[in-house]
Ligand binder design. Structure first.
Ligand SMILES: Cc1ncc(COP(=O)(O)O)c(C=O)c1O
Length: 373
């Protein structure tokens, strides 16, 4: 039996507020169910046409400059970190670390035998920082959205970064939900299970000519490092140019990604997506600031993510109990990131989430708080 039943009129139309995997639109699921491409070869024209469509829609969404390429492969953004250690970092990287995901990339670099120890600039969780300048660094890396803490950082080329250095942006949970001028950086990579309302398992990287050129050199040097095919960005780019991946992709992931890109582009592209997440998050942060029992975890409003909001609960609130009551009522995945403590909630407000459902979520939380505090 449920501990508490939330009045049905308060409930959101869709109760998925996870930070990824996240809400997939019902229309996209319906389109997937009847898609004739499921169960057909990824080497044949129809699936390659789909991949080509995804690549051109992403180019249009981000208005990619001449010479940039949309490259994709299996394994998600986590695999892209390993790929960067093989195909993009020459000797040393400099990282901005302000949460679990920015930390994980720096840790992967630190474990790579042929790379120098990375330079790590850390900001306390709930805040953010750019990587420090370093004469020896040939890659600079940080995340546009640190999904663990809900901190958003700018996408730019830091002043003083040498012309030969590459800037790599982890846009796993930001892409398709927060605006960015990617022409300022060299690689902008993402996974499709966040704003793109698809499923996990794929990485997609928007790559500048400089990034592709670096990968070409690092992966073809005859006496160079060991380059496994799955971590070879040049090989991935060669396949992408033929609208395919090195090995078999999940077709459902591609079909859902394509449907979401069409939905975004038909509604106004990145400006539409960014306005929608800005509206959702405005409602949530205003509530979190006004409520006596909550406050935003990220104290600097300029760093608050519009796609993943973290909210601290007053000590009078049993936050895990709140989450479990909501879950029993169909509102799922607002538990905090597992390493951030238990006095929080984390709300994913990716582009598919209706701002009115965020308002409904707030009403439900207020209702539960009235019962349990
Ligand atoms: C910012 C960020 N980077 C990287 C990852 C890893 O992505 P994946 O699970 O697709 O490998 C995540 C996953 O949530 C993320 O949020």
């Amino acid at each position: 039996m449920r501990e508490l039943t939330i009045p049905p009129e308060l409930l959101p139309a869709d109760g998925r507020f996870g930070s990824g995997p996240a809400k997939v639109r019902a229309e996209a699921m319906a389109a997937l169910a009847s898609d004739p491409l499921m169960g057909t070869s990824h080497r044949k024209a129809p699936v390659r046409t789909l991949v080509g469509h995804i690549r051109s829609q992403l180019s249009a969404l981000y208005q990619l400059p001449e010479g940039w390429q949309v490259v994709l492969g299996n394994g998600g953004a986590t695999s892209f970190w390993d790929l960067a250690c093989v195909s993009l970092i020459k000797c040393k990287s400099s990282h901005g670390v302000y949460g679990s995901f920015t930390q994980k990339f720096a840790s992967e670099v630190a474990k790579t035998p042929w790379l120098k120890d990375p330079l790590v600039t850390e900001a306390p969780y709930g805040s953010g920082c750019l990587p420090a300048l370093d004469d020896g660094a040939d890659v600079y890396a940080w995340a546009q959205n640190e999904t663990s803490t809900g901190v958003a950082m700018p996408v730019l080329r830091p002043e003083g970064v040498g012309e030969d250095a590459l800037v790599l942006i982890d846009a796993t949970s930001a892409a398709g939900g927060i605006a960015a001028d990617v022409s300022a950086v060299d690689t902008f990579y993402l996974s499709p299970q966040k704003n793109f309302s698809s499923d996990g398992g794929l990485w997609v990287a928007l790559c500048s000519p400089a990034a592709l050129e670096r990968a070409g050199r690092l992966t073809s040097s005859p006496d160079g490092r060991w380059v496994p095919d799955t971590l070879n960005l040049s090989l991935a780019a060669q396949n992408a140019a033929k609208d395919q991946t090195l090995n078999t992709p999940a077709l459902a992931t591609l079909i859902l990604l394509s449907a979401q890109l069409d939905w975004m582009m038909d509604n106004g592209g990145l400006a539409f997506a960014a306005a929608r997440t800005a509206e959702s998050s405005r409602r949530l942060y205003e509530w979190a600031e006004a409520s006596e029992l909550t406050h935003p975890y990220v104290s600097d409003p300029a760093l608050r993510s519009p796609v993943v909001a973290t909210v601290v609960m007053d000590e009078r609130v049993d936050a895990p109990r709140l989450c479990s009551i909501l879950r029993a009522n169909g509102i799922v995945d607002i538990e905090p990131y597992r390493k951030l403590g238990t006095d929080q909630i984390r709300v994913g407000m990716f582009t598919s989430v209706d701002p009115d459902d965020v308002s409904a979520l707030i009403r439900c939380i207020d209702w539960v708080l009235e019962q349990i505090v």
